[in-house]
Design a protein. Sequence first.
Length: 455
Amino acid sequence: MKHASPDQSMSWFARKENWTPQSDDARTAGDVDYARVIHSASFRRLQGKTQILNLGDSDFYRTRLTHSLEVAQISGGIAAHFKKNFAEHPASKFFPDRSMIHAIGCIHDLGHPPFGHGGEVALNYCMRENGGFEGNGQTLRILTRFENFSASSGANLTRRALLGVLKYPAPYSIVYNNTINPCLKSGTTAIKIIDRNKSKPPKCYLDCEEDVVDWLLEPLKNEDRYRFKAVKNIPDKHHKTIHKSFDCSIMDIADDIAYGVHDLEDAIALCLISEKRFRELVPEEACESFLTSLKARYQSETKNNVYDIFVSKLFGDSKERKHYINRLVHHFINAVTIEEKTEFEESLLRFHASMQPGPRKFLEHLKQLVIEDVITSASVQHLELKGQMMVVSVFEAIQSDPERLLPRDTLKSFHLSSDGLRVICDYVAGMTDGYLLKTYDRLFSPRMGSVFDKL
């Protein structure tokens, strides 16, 4: 893959550490990035991390790994849709190749800690006086620090791949609203519980990655860099970033589709969402764009009330459900279009993927259904609270005596680092759900643990 710039160090396909492929290596830069992602330890660990439901409850539903693979596949579908239907668009020269967008989709969740967003809140509380914690920011840290594909630049991916996962291009210190400090809930006496609302992190990259982001954004002109990193101040909330790169916007829409459609599929299959609730929260008028497309494409199937047919198929047998899940994904992919942000000169920032209003409204209803009937349900929140408390317990135990409780390799990093607390945070954040639970049991359960357990 070639770039027009004569200075290859400033190319979007440059790597932080120089790397020259073998003369007989036929791969593109995207192929190399994808290979490094697929073969990374952090990608494999996603099989042991929660998506929504607690691992171990069933062998059927999605984990962070299968979710990430689906986001990669849907991202590739959007890119293919662009190449077919926007071939004459000015953005066509900048469409990502399949390997590049698949790599970005696969790595978008690498930084999420054990027990999902509950674990993220717990680690942000633990790091409240030391730069905080945020899962997307941790993704960048993992990719540029911890993987073993280079001497000191982690996976050493191309700038374009890293730009594609930089969902929130502002540091923690800029988006953090210091009127909202992570703390414990008041009103309890026998136990300590984190105040979830006050301890949720702002969406950002971590301040300790500023040097990486400086290198990443080096090809941008000053005006573009300033605009790209701009934030919107919101009273009584953490501030928000405004912009994403072209590739990141593709991945972000794919993530929304996977969240609204495939997580819904799991919830229906496991009887966590009823047909009655679906009809209440996703009424016929919300589905208008999808129902119209069904009528046009499948006239013989939709002679009667097409909404009733759609809902009955979703809540029918698994084969019928899968058929309509596929149709939903296809509908949303084909509804993605390209917007232009004329304030940017750089094409990877100037062009932006977005979804047409009707399908976007429909997808938001599906996502809200998953939030209300699954994510915020008591059955899920009980497990999230428990996971949150275990994360804090393990973190604080290790923090109290790292010399005694850290494994040898991590203790070596702890001694070499000027920020030991961040090393402990990295260690806990990298745990799978199962490993965190096992560590908790070793530390706190009287009848659990053995000297022969491998740390």
